[in-house]
Design a protein around this ligand. Structure first.
Ligand code: TPP
Ligand code: MG
Length: 339
């Protein structure tokens, strides 16, 4: 077994370096707003779940928001995002309507996919979200297929495929990555390494902690970094997206992140120590960005609260909209099924 350390690696930065990462005020504010929208959406969904408004699984993205926001910034129209089941953040960052997202969680007719998919099956083609897949690791060949289609048609589009650290040992991941490397497809594979698959820590799933070492065997470029801000995540992801678009060069990226909630709403996350969660919270990209707005750009606490109030109201309205939306017609279960 490798020597997995559950605590976050120490973040060594001077105040000047901290300020430097958030130098552009408008970008920083935009990143903060988009991350906060995801967080407040997720919190609103969690409340609805505990009130029995949402049934089935609900996997929250709290802690990982910077990745979705950076992804939306790094992509162009027509590019594709394919992800696992922790998908709400991608939808919101890509511009999906929060009312439709919440209605999907509530299983209502106005949902993103008519209320028949639920939390794990978000899909919004017009915004570039090509699913939402519940079966761990099995969407990797689907994403590879999208990238193959782009290369075959020469449409200049890039696919970015997300998976968790728990997915990388699954057979189809290997198949999809092998073909992407062999055929030099315009794709970026991103492993969102949040240190756990359900309640199982990395040391019990990974023989080698650095997942990107596998890239050599697939003939891909690789990158591995800790997610501390939208800006830096965007910069690194954009470089890989550019390689894919311009040179048909696939990349495997590992983004080290953390989820603050349990695996799903039914997981109280008792397998972690409070100290561990608190240490990661100290480095929460959302908190860091809020701190930068105050310390570097002199935004007042009242300004930040006003922004928060606006976003909370947006998400409350989404929950009210979902609650008022009708149930789908039972026949909707058979729509979009190819037999
Ligand atoms: C093929 C398959 N095996 C098992 C499961 C049950 N399962 C759902 S999520 C999960 C853990 C995945 O963890 P990870 O890939 O790290 O993603 P995270 O939840 O951390 O985002 C498992 C084993 C499944 N959905 N599909
Ligand atoms: Mg994980």
């Amino acid at each position: 077994m490798n020597d997995f350390n559950p605590m976050p690696p120490e973040l060594v930065e001077t105040p000047e370096e901290f300020a430097g990462q958030f130098a552009d005020r408008d970008q920083t504010l935009q990143a903060y707003r988009e991350m906060l929208r995801i967080r407040r959406f997720e919190e609103s969904a969690a409340r609805a779940y505990t009130r029995g408004k949402i049934s089935g699984f609900l996997h929250l993205y709290i802690g990982q928001e910077a990745i979705a926001v950076a992804t939306a910034q790094a992509l162009e129209e027509g590019d594709r995002v394919v992800s696992a089941y922790r998908t709400h953040g991608f939808a919101l960052a890509l511009g999906s309507d929060p009312n439709a997202c919440m209605s999907e969680l509530y299983g209502r007719k106005d949902g993103l996919v008519g209320g028949i998919g639920g939390s794990m099956h978000f899909f919004d083609r017009d915004k570039g979200l090509w699913g939402g897949y519940a079966i761990v690791g099995n969407h990797i060949p689907v994403a590879t297929g999208h990238a193959f289609a782009s290369k075959y048609k020469g449409d200049g589009r890039v696919t970015v495929c997300f998976m968790g650290d728990g997915a990388v040992g699954i057979g189809p991941v290997h198949e999809g990555m092998t073909l992407a490397g062999l055929w030099k497809l315009p794709i970026v594979f991103v492993v969102e390494n949040n240190r756990y698959s359900m309640g199982t820590p990395l040391e019990r799933t990974l023989p080698v902690e650095d997942i990107t070492q596998r890239a050599a065997g697939y003939g891909m470029k690789r990158d591995r970094f800790r997610v501390t801000s939208v800006h830096e995540t965007h910069r690194r992801l954009k470089a890989a997206v550019d390689h894919a678009r311009k040179e048909n060069q696939p990349t495997l990226i590992e983004m080290i992140t953390y989820r603050f909630r349990g695996h799903s709403m039914s997981d109280p996350a008792k397998y972690r120590q409070k100290d561990e969660v608190n240490a990661w919270r100290q480095q929460d990209p959302l908190e860091r960005t809020g701190r930068a707005l105050q310390q570097v750009h002199n935004m007042s606490e009242e300004d930040l609260e006003a922004l928060d109030d606006e976003i909370v109201a947006e998400m409350r309205a989404a929950a009210e909209f979902a609650d008022a939306s009708p149930e789908p017609d039972p026949e909707a279960r058979f729509a979009n099924i190819i037999v």
